[in-house]
Design a protein around this ligand. Structure first.
Ligand code: ADP
Length: 169
């Protein structure tokens, strides 16, 4: 039984087995939540990402996929990096956004993580409308069988918090 919980705040302040990063496909850092995770998590995360780029993920991580690294100085065992789709008004990319949540939970299960904190993937620089992103996120997590006991959505502002709350109520 997986419990879905909501927190308003900065995901880099959370304590969880795994913290999900809304990364970009380069895995080499960016703005938003990605920048915050690398800043607070320290250089070990970027070093692990560079190793992934030097090995299995030479071309970077495709959209909708997920991969784990150390969590560095964060209060977590792993960071799970996932690449959300950029919002498009002309193309339905919701399957890719759902895939981010499914794949992150698959990786979490492989690792044995029991608590996983997610940001609202794609709702920042990638411009996905937050109400729609919240619906996709909650549906994807509810539909995916997992041994994860708590999926915690960590929302940065009131708007995103309310969007997720409306889906979970
Ligand atoms: P994307 O490129 O996938 O859109 P962003 O990092 O730009 O990723 O934004 C994703 C969401 O994360 C946005 O809703 C943004 O407000 C939020 N966000 C930014 N910084 C943090 C943080 N430190 N903790 C939690 N959420 C954050």
């Amino acid at each position: 039984m997986t419990t879905l919980t909501l927190v308003k705040g900065d995901i880099t302040r959370e304590s969880a087995d795994a913290i999900v990063n809304a990364a970009n496909s380069s895995l080499l850092g960016g703005g938003g939540v990605d920048g915050a995770i690398h800043r607070r998590g320290g250089p070990a995360i970027l070093a692990a990402c560079r190793e992934l780029r030097a090995g299995h993920h030479g071309k970077g991580l495709p959209t909708g996929r997920a991969v784990a690294t150390t969590a560095g100085d964060l209060d977590a065992r792993w960071v799970i990096h996932t690449v959300g789709p950029v919002w498009s008004a002309t193309e339905d990319r919701s399957g890719l956004l759902a895939s981010c949540y499914r794949e992150s939970l698959r990786v979490a299960d492989e690792l044995g993580a029991r608590t996983v904190a997610f940001p609202a993937v794609s709702t920042g620089v990638y411009r996905w409308p937050v109400d729609d992103a919240a619906r996709i996120a909650v549906e994807a997590v509810r539909a995916r069988p997992t041994a994860v006991e708590e999926v915690r959505f960590v929302l940065f502002d009131d708007r995103a918090y309310e969007a997720f709350a409306a889906q979970i109520r």
